[in-house]
Write a protein of this length. Structure first.
Length: 184
């Protein structure tokens, strides 16, 4: 798979065609899990999300293996969902802000577009402060991976991934609630 990823990133169309069947099913499961958390009535389907993410990935960059590829896929899905939320024009600022518990995002009805945008903005700030914790959030929330699976993808222990998840969740809660951000 790493060889196909490298060849596809170099522009080899045959490698890109051979790679898609290897990763499609797993990407589709991740996309379906992620979209299941979206608000009812969203127009983006799992297949469309997978195709858009795949097109953004192939030919764009070099990957250091399967874990790096799926981390990049999570980032691509995050960007696509954020762009979709922005297109809906549902950005609310100021007095309409409310506290959001990240654990609530794990239910079948997900956050409205304005909450996705607020999470994206806070996650961008967290990335500057603690990139490892931000990657766990990205894989867990945007790619739908369990914290254990995110640990495998990132090549860290489960304890480390849970520690990063706990810290990031608290940090994002404060950042999105309008309070002072915790310091690292």
């Amino acid at each position: 798979m790493t060889r196909l990823l490298d060849a596809a990133a170099s522009g080899d169309r045959r490698a890109a065609a051979d790679l898609l069947p290897l990763v499609y099913a797993e990407l589709r499961v991740l996309a379906a899990a992620r979209l299941a958390r979206e608000s009812p009535g969203h127009t983006l389907q799992p297949t469309a999300l997978v195709h858009e993410a795949y097109l953004r990935l192939v030919g764009d960059q070099q990957f250091e293996g399967r874990g790096h590829f799926f981390a990049a896929a999570a980032e691509a899905m995050r960007r696509i969902l954020v762009e979709s939320a922005r297109r809906k024009g549902r950005v609310k600022r100021g007095g309409d802000q409310r506290r959001v518990d990240l654990d609530d995002f794990e239910v079948t009805v997900g956050p409205p577009a304005d909450e996705i945008l607020a999470l994206d903005e806070a996650l961008t700030r967290l990335t500057a402060e603690d990139p490892e914790a931000a990657r766990v959030v990205q894989l867990h929330f945007f790619a739908g991976l369990s914290v254990e699976r995110a640990a495998e993808v990132l090549g860290v222990s489960r304890a480390t991934a849970y520690r990063q998840w706990t810290y990031a969740r608290s940090w994002l809660r404060c950042a999105m609630g309008g309070g002072d951000e915790p310091t690292g």
